[in-house]
Design a protein around this ligand. Structure first.
Ligand SMILES: [Zn+2]
Length: 425
């Protein structure tokens, strides 16, 4: 069994069932994008329209630029490339209702039967689920964007959000837990205290609510609430969905509409109208939203904030798997001052890239380019108020030596880059 890592979140394992098929195909294919399919098509063409182990399609064709392609082979090639490991024909099934077709139609590729009939209606595919598919929270949680679901995506029912892990539970507005964070919330008008300013949402947590009335205290350890705290502390984005019962000009007239990714920036507790404790959160529209790949429908409820609210200055520490590793290695203690900040959801520290990952620096998101720092020292380091010499002596506004765990190899070129870009060398 091998580990695959991509983007955010925990490494994803290949899991094979008794007949050697991938059990968690949807999870493995989650990062697949239109570009992955397009480049698979290019490679297929370059390879004389052949893909190893894949036979010609019998029932259906994928249509791309007026040409026909075998959908399963193209999907398999794209997945092989994402996982950097060959995925063969026997690893998964194609055909109507298959997970392979689900992903392709979600990415807006047209699939037609050999008789010429289009199966492009995404619902057709989503409804025809294979029997005994994982249900509820047994499905993998997926944090962040899910390919094929752009802002403005309309769901007629909550049930439609479940097969793709977009929102895995329909009995609760929050899909998440304290360990992994919260993947998605649905605003459905259950709480009159909720406020929706478009780019900023005040949201009441889950628990103790019956028929719109609070009948007991809410708790920070309730999985959805704990998940929102984790999302806040780790800077993980939350998918926000507006339902037709939610009072907002942005709510759809029926069903549900995807409002995009938001970050949780604040959490506090209050006494609600009925006198019970409620957990409250402030969410702000996130700049982690991808540009929509398709034109947005110009309907009222999809309108995005027209102006950014001033006074909402965010400094969100983006968490990656690597930065979580580093923070765990140091038990969340700052490598400069030794502080580990205690929060309601555990300890908090930040993974600081020594050489910045953004352009033009293009540093690596790897442990040899990461430090575990408290927020103060993270800001000071990013702003160059201190730097680190090759023997770990602290320079500038910090004294002593950087604490470095013997298991933590740091590429000294990154320190040198940081010193040079901040005038130390
Ligand atoms: Zn510190």
């Amino acid at each position: 069994m091998e580990l695959v890592e991509y983007g955010k979140g925990e490494p994803v394992k290949y899991e094979l069932d008794a007949s050697n098929r991938l059990k968690n195909l949807m999870q493995l294919a989650a990062p697949m994008s239109v570009v992955d399919i397009q480049s698979a098509i290019e490679r297929f063409e370059a390879n004389n329209r052949e893909a190893e182990t894949y036979a010609d399609s019998t029932g259906y064709d994928l249509i791309y630029q007026d040409k026909r392609y075998p959908p399963k082979a193209i999907f398999g090639m794209a997945l092989s490339s994402i996982l950097d490991d060959p995925i063969y024909s026997h690893h998964f099934t194609g055909g109507l209702g298959s997970e392979c077709f689900k992903v392709l139609t979600r990415l807006k590729f047209e699939i037609v039967s050999k008789s010429g009939k289009s199966i492009n209606e995404i619902e057709t595919v989503l409804v025809e689920k294979p029997a005994k598919e994982l249900t509820g929270t047994k499905r993998p949680i997926i944090i962040g964007e899910i390919p094929g679901f752009d802002i403005g995506h309309h769901f007629e029912t909550r049930k439609e959000m479940m097969p793709s892990s977009f929102h895995r539970v329909w009995t609760s507005g929050i899909d998440g837990n304290g360990n992994e964070g919260t993947a998605a919330i649905v605003l459905s008008g259950g709480y009159s205290d909720d406020a929706d300013y478009g780019d900023e949402i005040i949201y009441t947590g889950a628990g103790g609510n019956k028929d719109g009335k609070q009948i007991s205290d809410q708790s920070w350890s309730q999985p959805g609430n704990a998940g929102l705290l984790t999302s806040m502390d780790q800077g993980l984005p939350v998918r926000v969905v507006r339902g037709h019962k939610h009072e907002s000009e942005r709510s759809p007239k029926s069903g549900y509409v995807y409002a995009g990714l938001y970050n949780v920036v604040d959490a506090w507790e209050e006494k609600g109208k009925e006198g019970f404790k409620i957990c409250r959160f402030r969410l702000v529209f996130s700049d982690q939203n991808l540009e929509p790949k398709i034109a947005e429908p110009s309907l009222d409820y999809t309108k995005k904030p027209t102006e950014r609210r001033t006074g909402t200055v965010l400094r969100i520490a983006r968490d990656t798997e690597k930065s979580r590793q580093i923070k765990k290695l140091y038990a969340y203690q700052c490598q400069v001052c030794g502080t580990a900040i205690r929060t309601k959801s555990g300890f908090y520290a930040e993974g600081a890239h020594i050489k910045p990952v953004g352009r033009p620096h293009d540093g690596d998101d790897s442990v040899d380019n990461l430090l575990c720092l408290c927020p103060n020292h993270h800001v000071m380091f990013d702003k160059g108020m201190f730097a680190v010499a090759d023997d770990y002596t602290l320079l500038g506004d910090a004294e002593g030596k950087l604490t470095v765990n013997s298991a933590h190899y740091i590429n000294l070129e990154n320190f040198s880059y940081h010193r040079i870009t901040h005038g130390y060398d």
